[in-house]
Design a protein around this ligand. Sequence first.
Ligand code: C2O
Ligand code: CU
Ligand code: CU
Length: 466
Amino acid sequence: MAMISRRELLLGGAAVAAAPLIGGLAARQAHAADTLLDLSRLSHEILPGTLTRDMMSFVSTGAPPVLRMRRGETFNVDVDNGLGEAVTVHWHGLRIANAMDGVPYLTQNPIEAKERFRYSFTPPDAGTFWYHPHCNTLEQIARGLTGVLIVEDDEDPGFDADIPLNIRDFRLNGEGAFIDFYKPRNAARGGTLGTVSTVNWQVTPRHDVPAGGLVRLRLAVTDLTRVATYRVSGNEDAGARVRLLALDSNPLPVPQDYNEALLAPGQRADFALRVPDREGEEVALLRDTPTGPVAIATFRAVGASANRTLAELKPFSPNPFAEPDLANAETVEFLFGWTPDGDAPQRSICGSLGYTFWSINRIAWKGDVPGPLDPLATLKQGKTYVLRFRNETQNDHPIHLHGHTFRLLRSDKRKVPPLWTDTALLQAQETMEVVLVADNPGDWAFHCHVIEHQKTGLAGFLRVEA
Ligand code: C2O
Ligand code: CU
Ligand code: CU
């Protein structure tokens, strides 16, 4: 697939720097940034001139808020469940304590309707993350329940503006009403695509940005299904410049002058945009489609040129991952594939699509039901593991592990850069190896982030034992 090439090429020759431990955190005053999320159903205008009813948001007032917190500081968030059904909230990509990970029955009981639950955690890494429900996941995400989560860098890199972009589709008809959230025949294949593309719940929003300024664009693909290449496209002659700074929260060892990234559900990309000098000049965020690129958001230069240059940006500090001990690593195999015949999902308070199509190591996730549950693998805390992901299917699977970040090692199909991530896009028929230090004890969900696949069997969990 040609679309993959950019991500493959990334950092091909770059050496991997050992991540230094982040110092000075104790010096900063820890202050509790208490936030209330009053999860609600609401009506909202997505398609101009229409009202979409029965959407779900993390607040009662509109689209989900961007949550901002600081690396190394405790963040307390109260979830007030006004959805009229059970929910849990998961903080995608955050390496936090297992009890705060938001997975029903594995780490907590579902938060029932009208109940309140306090999440309290300390993010160890900076970057662009997101948050979403993990119980009736397909329907709740389909109705809107996804938000961007930002962990601020220790040091201000020097941007003039910072724009989080929550990229996702909705399945709406022409009147703005929800249509079926998925089709079973698609769930058994690549998944069901949305009909209306949005950024921050808006169709092709336009942002005013300072002319000649430096803007951080934080792309978070929170879609249920869609895998696509995104491109930040501006007129270089007018002064536009674009640089890829980070993928999946983690700074590239060397920022690249790429203006595009292939992103699957769950994945993120941070671009630096140097805005054109002349007022009114526009830069577009494009998404590739089979019929050509489509603008999903635009950025318009306003004011007199600030005359900034990309070279003025301070590099991000790397996130503090334990360095894998490859020489003593143990390999654990995972086969992502079809499910054995006759496997039926169990009824659950967290909903079921009623089908089982997928499995990991021929075991289909039964649904989000009370335990005891068996892990797919048990890892020893502190030990290095190579996880071998083998995809026997014709579909792509963004494979996501909770509570850990792993490094891409190798693939039988392409050259993979040594990127750190929590969500790796495993292509059709590909075998890929990743490595991690199992340093966060607990039961960690492990699943495909095409939610129809997750909800029809392609899920499980890994246990990290002290
Ligand atoms: Cu964003 Cu279990 O996932
Ligand atoms: Cu996650
Ligand atoms: Cu999948």
